[in-house]
Design a protein around this ligand. Sequence first.
Ligand code: PLP
Length: 384
Amino acid sequence: MSATSGQGLPEAGGEGTRAVRAGLPEAVKHEPTLPGPVFAAHFHLPGEVTGPYSYGRDDNPTWTLLERAIGELEAPGQDGVETLVFASGMAAISSVLFSQLRAGDAVVLPSDGYQVLPMVRAQLEAYGIEVRTAPTGGDAQLDALDGARLLWIETPSNPGLDVCDIRRLAEAAHARGALVAVDNTLATPLGQRPLELGADFSVASGTKQLTGHGDVLLGYVSGRDPDAMAAVRRWRKIVGAIAGPMEAWLAHRSIATLQLRVDRQNATALVLAEALRERPEVTGLRYPGLSDDPSHKVAAQQMRRFGCVVSFTLPTRARADRFLDALRLVDDATSFGGVRSTAERRRRWGGDAVPDGFIRFSVGAEDPEDLVADVLRALDASAS
Ligand SMILES: *Cc1c(COP(=O)(O)O)cnc(C)c1O
């Protein structure tokens, strides 16, 4: 069984409706609405090998339902879009890069993207692949496209929250014969739908807001081209970077509340950004939903929601550490997108080219007034 989108769900209808029903099988009397996880390393398989479920590294019915659910959100009403789930976002990203690129190919990666990409770059180069980089903002990727086989974009970028024009870049890349992949982690499929904007792959970590509870690692790839997706599927089989059935089931269960979580978290992110804008100690405030943010114009063209991450800089590392310490409702932790707010001083990892006092703040589902009060109180408390 292939996990194509749009099955059993009316194309029209709101996104909340789509999210709660996404990927559900036909109702069967006495069966649960969302069948439980199928724990199986192998399936009964007498005689000839036919049908999808034979060995647990190739396919699993719990993945199939989740893959349909994600497909219905990434490409509602579109036939022929296939979705594959993976053990993590990095498994999904690597599966696209390493299945589509060969020695001698060139790829364009973001210079300001997810912090593991420099390690991926080193591995690609070790395999004889030419890696070019370009920053996310300002569509600088256009100058690096000639002769490239794949353009990789991350928009909004993590953690800088720059945005690029997916449609424009996809058209330019396709005109030069390059494929386009978009890391859709931060936006989620309710924030933007890269395949509709012309991308060949929408790739994401489901660890973040898609599942939203900070208890699951997951990744996925959605794509329209059957040959390209067959190569991605083959890579998953070779590397064995597969999601556990329990994780896949938890993810599917979590998607039912995706619209509720995203709407709440994103609305509060805007309220928090507006409150931070009034603070003299805050510089470099970024949130694509702020009407005067450098990303806002392009973001508003292609995004329907602007994400739950706000970034800003405090004057010094010590001030940032005191601020994080003083927060009561916000955990000092990495990752983002969960129902409980988290924040971290991003520079503690090395990696990202951000100032010492740079904070990446992930807004959770707390009451907005409680969260904003906690942040303002912690800013005051960290002043001395
Ligand atoms: C977290 C993240 C990843 C990696 O996902 P994992 O599930 O941690 O492997 C990739 N891209 C972006 C933008 C991320 O934020």
